[in-house]
Design a protein around this ligand. Structure first.
Ligand SMILES: [Zn+2]
Length: 332
């Protein structure tokens, strides 16, 4: 349930390929084929993710990440159901998904490989979902499945109900392999919000490339522990610790939330009420670099172009139905 974390930029991988399971007689594909709604699909995927301390997450190779990005590229442009590149085809699946509740169609890229047949994905790739007929250029992202309880179904419901473009789910518990492969003794080595060597980050990069200079927002849904930021229920930031200026999207979102949920205590960065501003979040850092910027933080994007929205929430505030209208109003 914790949500902070140390910043770790992993450029390569020190994980031995010996950890990759070999295809055994009991090998299966975990396709979640019986899931009838997006919520059921995402819950099913979450239930097969490598959990805390499972030591099951294996960092993707450069070739696998490039292949995954090429698939994400095609999906963002409306393609779906095509054959996956050679490096991914034994490990993942790309298919159309029909949501029985709304009748709408989506494109899903997800890991499926369970070569040792233990019911858990072998690699920790996660999932990416695109709505080709979206009405909002929003990307709903879940970096901390399992640990930030309920954010998976919260985010996918909001993705669906707000007709947003993309949904992105990290492929393992943030502590799937504590201490493994970490630089500087970090225990956050496979934490998708603090590790660039993940399919989650690769997909985020591809979404950024897809939009270029066009307006869009990445909204990351997180959950914080009850004893963290006790003076507030929800905390909003752009991945920077400076207060938002008038007209900022997180002030708008707060206003729309308070109009519907007047008892919620909602803070924003710079208020002094909560310090979970996600300043070490690698997706936020990348998005906060000005287009002509150099290294991380050297040229922070001006407030008007802050596309990263980081939402921390206590357990009782993750009901998607209480967020949908405020998100619709903030991004009409
Ligand atoms: Zn989190």
């Amino acid at each position: 349930m914790r949500c902070g974390g140390s910043f770790l930029l992993v450029l390569g991988t020190s994980v031995s390929l010996a950890m990759v399971p070999t295809r055994a007689a009991g090998a299966v594909d975990l396709t979640c084929a019986s899931s009838a709604t997006l919520e059921a699909l995402v819950s099913c995927i979450r239930d097969h993710l490598p959990g805390r301390g499972s030591r099951r997450f294996v960092a993707p190779s450069f070739m696998e990440m490039s292949a995954w990005r090429s698939v994400a590229f095609a999906m963002l442009r409306g393609d779906c159901g095509f054959a996956l590149p050679y490096s991914l085809s034994p490990l993942a699946q790309n298919r159309r998904f029909h949501d029985a509740e709304t009748g709408r169609s989506y494109c899903v890229l997800m890991e499926t490989a369970d070569w040792d047949g233990d019911g858990i994905f072998d690699r920790g790739f996660g999932a990416f979902i695109v709505d080709a007929s979206a009405e909002r250029e929003l990307s709903h992202q879940v970096a901390h499945p399992i640990s930030d309880t309920g954010t998976e179904t919260q985010a996918v419901t909001i993705f669906k109900e707000t007709r947003s473009r993309t949904f992105l789910l990290a492929g393992a518990h943030r502590d799937a392999s504590p201490g493994e492969g970490g630089l500087l003794g970090s225990s956050a080595s496979w934490d998708a919000a603090h590790n660039t060597a993940t399919m989650f980050h690769a997909t985020h990069m591809e979404i950024m490339a897809y939009y270029g200079e066009k307006p869009w927002w990445a909204i990351q849904w997180h959950g914080m522990a009850e004893d963290t930021c006790e003076r507030v229920d929800v905390h909003l930031s752009h991945g920077v610790d400076t207060p938002p200026a008038a007209g900022d999207k997180i002030l708008e979102l707060r206003a729309h939330l308070l109009a519907r949920e007047p008892t919620w205590r909602i803070s924003v960065a710079g208020s002094g009420l909560c310090s979970l501003d996600a300043t070490s979040n690698v997706q936020g850092r990348l998005l906060n670099i000005a287009p002509a910027g150099g290294s991380f933080g050297a040229l922070a994007a001006p407030p008007s172009t802050r596309r990263f929205v980081h939402i921390e929430q206590h357990a009782g505030f993750r009901d998607p139905d209480r967020w949908v209208d405020a998100v619709l109003a903030t991004w009409p």
